[in-house]
Design a protein around this ligand. Structure first.
Ligand SMILES: *Cc1c(COP(=O)(O)O)cnc(C)c1O
Length: 348
């Protein structure tokens, strides 16, 4: 087979959700964020696996994602939409029973006019300055909005992956100021917020990255293994170069394996000459530049040519690979391209 294989361990994913659910504490509901096709791993498969262990609420970024997810998981689970009620969304929100998190007075006007009585939540801006109503807007609109019975009030932390950052406590305090005394379920914590402790949890937590094995949930079980097939190998003499721009020079006679994946598959070009791949447990350095469809790897020290090498595995997590690519685990996951064969293990 000419393409890489992305193995997705649904049992590990479920274990991560259960661990985050335990951390969220008794009486707190734990939802699951499956936006961007469940961070590139397949929203339908991921959501169905989580549904089987009792997840009742999912979050997506846009209504289109919610519409697709509804086909996969049936009518019962709640599907919440972070970007709210955009122009042109009304039919989709109605027909597929999606719950928009309304972000502005404009969205509220649109929602109450187009879909009176339809479920909605409200997103509040407690300091991130990205989505949601600002404190002054909320103060002005609050009585009218509360009369329409929102199902949830949410906000999002900007610095939750830095536990000592003063922004966390500031946002928590602002969220209290904006919502205390309103008898509506509240949600502030994503993965990082769950780690910050019980005062950040309110009635509902909504982890994403931690489910998929990423920081800041350090105890996460790895969910993905990415195996890339060896297309061919060659002997390279001392002094010869490998790849575009002669990006790597052999200091000694070397054996170079060419693998079938490149930056078009989400293997970010900045990791050239820095990442390693694994033949079982043996690290093999990536040499030269990452091409669109190919990688070149030094396997001189191996005793036999493997059929494939792993670039993501328990020995090199999405966060490890992100570090050498100068990015974050979220971007590594969501960049994983459509050419890989996705294989689901464990459940689902
Ligand atoms: C993406 C997102 C989440 C999930 O965040 P993670 O860091 O992946 O756990 C939660 N809430 C909002 C508003 C988001 O945009």
């Amino acid at each position: 087979m000419g393409t890489g294989t992305l193995n997705i361990d649904l049992a590990a994913l479920v274990a991560n959700w259960q661990a985050l659910n335990d951390k969220s504490g008794p009486g707190v509901e734990t939802a699951a964020v499956v936006k961007a096709d469940a961070y590139g791993l397949g929203a339908g498969k991921v959501a169905r696996a989580l549904q089987q262990v009792g997840v009742k609420q999912f979050f997506v970024a846009v209504a289109e994602e919610g519409a697709a997810l509804r086909q996969d998981i049936g009518p019962d689970p709640v599907i919440n939409v972070f970007s709210g009620h955009m122009a042109g969304d009304s039919d989709m929100l109605h027909d597929l029973a999606l719950t928009p998190m309304l972000n502005s007075i404009e969205q509220m006007t649109r929602h109450f006019e187009a879909l009176p009585g339809h479920r909605f939540g409200v997103q509040l801006d407690t300091g991130m300055n990205r989505l949601g109503l600002e404190p002054a807007e909320w103060a002005a609109a609050r009585a009218i909005v509360m009369a329409q019975n929102p199902v949830m009030l949410i906000s999002h932390l900007a610095c939750a992956d830095m536990p000592n950052h003063p922004m966390n406590a500031r946002q928590l305090s602002t969220f209290h100021d904006m919502t205390d005394g309103l008898s509506v379920p509240r949600s502030l914590a994503a993965t990082g917020g769950i780690m910050l402790g019980a005062e950040y949890h309110f009635e509902l937590t909504r982890p994403g990255i931690g489910l998929y094995g990423g920081a800041p949930f350090d105890e996460a079980e790895p969910v993905v293994r990415l195996s890339l097939p060896v297309v061919q190998t060659r002997d390279v003499a001392k002094g010869e170069t490998v790849g575009y721009a002669g990006g790597w020079t052999a200091d000694d006679p070397s054996v170079i394996a060419t693998l079938a994946a490149g930056y078009a598959d989400g293997l970010i070009r900045a990791m050239g000459n820095q990442a390693v791949l694994f033949a079982d447990d043996t690290p093999c350095p990536l040499v030269g530049r990452v091409s669109m469809d190919l990688l070149t790897v030094d396997i001189t020290h191996l005793t036999r040519v493997p059929s494939h090498l792993d670039i993501l595995c328990p020995l090199q997590t999405v966060d490890d690979l992100a570090k050498v690519a100068g990015t974050i685990g979220y971007e590594i996951l969501t960049s994983l391209g459509p050419r890989y064969q996705r294989r689901y293990l464990g459940q689902g």
